[in-house]
Design a binder for this molecule. Structure first.
Ligand code: ADP
Ligand code: ADP
Length: 228
């Protein structure tokens, strides 16, 4: 868990396009912030700069009080949950969740891996599905496996990039509830990108509204509802 601060963050793409224009935002320890705005407003760009997949042109990004602008993604200790889950079809649920731990090559014993995976599975109610393959899971269960991977990383923060946009309306509703519950249970700082108003108004502690690369408003869902 760590606070994340963005100070006057700018992004200019190599073709000159100014995609993010001076975004400043303080995200508190354990806070759940929703980044919302229409397609093309710069949400993904901002998220990718936080996780380190995209260079920051100007400004400062700190995680847990330390400047991380120049840090490689793996050294930022963040866990990104993508919209397409990126699960391995030939691996079981257990092995899919354990995957990031195995990548560390020997840092964890088999027993530690079992413990971490079983904690994640319990948090996400996947205990009874650990031997299954992704093809035999529902969309919601697959989404949970992707979150399980984020949990075992023991990341300082979770970053979600429109994780529910491929799901049908009913499942989206269920997953919304589930993500909110998991975040509260774990207390992990979370940044969640969406263009969906319902998600924005129901999921987080605060909503940051992005328009054409600029933060227009940052407020609690209630304040936004009362003074849109
Ligand atoms: P969102 O996630 O809100 O839909 P993006 O962050 O993906 O928006 O994109 C913001 C803007 O930056 C868009 O106008 C997009 O076309 C532009 N953009 C994204 N990637 C690049 C790139 N690699 N080079 C130039 N422009 C880009
Ligand atoms: P490798 O560890 O083999 O280089 P990748 O190229 O997938 O694997 O990832 C590079 C680094 O980026 C990893 O060490 C990891 O810490 C980080 N990383 C990978 N996936 C994620 C993710 N979903 N969220 C955050 N960081 C990630």
């Amino acid at each position: 868990m760590a606070a994340i601060t963005l100070t006057d963050i700018q992004k200019r793409y190599p073709d000159g396009f100014h995609a993010v224009k001076g975004v400043s935002l303080d995200i508190a320890d354990g806070e759940f912030v929703i980044l919302v705005g229409p397609s093309g407003c710069g949400k993904s760009t901002l998220l990718r700069m936080i996780v380190g997949l995209e260079d920051i042109s100007e400004g400062e990004l700190t995680i847990g009080g330390e400047r991380v602008n120049e840090r490689a993604p793996r050294d930022r200790h963040l866990a990104m949950v993508f919209q397409n889950y990126a699960l391995y079809p030939h691996l079981t649920v257990f092995e899919n969740i354990a995957f990031p731990l195995r990548l560390t090559k020997g840092q964890f014993t088999e027993e530690q891996i079992r413990e971490k995976v079983s904690f994640a599975a319990k948090t996400l109610e996947l205990q009874d599905h650990l031997d299954r393959k992704p093809a035999n899971l529902s969309g919601g269960q697959r989404q949970r496996v992707a979150m399980g991977r984020a949990i075992v990383r023991e990341a300082q923060a979770f970053l979600f990039d429109e994780p529910l946009s491929n799901l049908d309306a009913k499942l989206r509703g269920q997953m919304r509830t589930e993500i909110a519950r998991m975040q509260r249970r774990l207390g992990t700082t979370t940044v969640y990108v969406t263009h969906d108003q319902t998600e924005a108004m129901t999921l987080g502690d605060r909503v940051a509204v992005l328009r054409k690369g600029e933060l227009q408003q940052v407020a609690s869902p209630r304040a936004l509802y009362e003074h849109p």
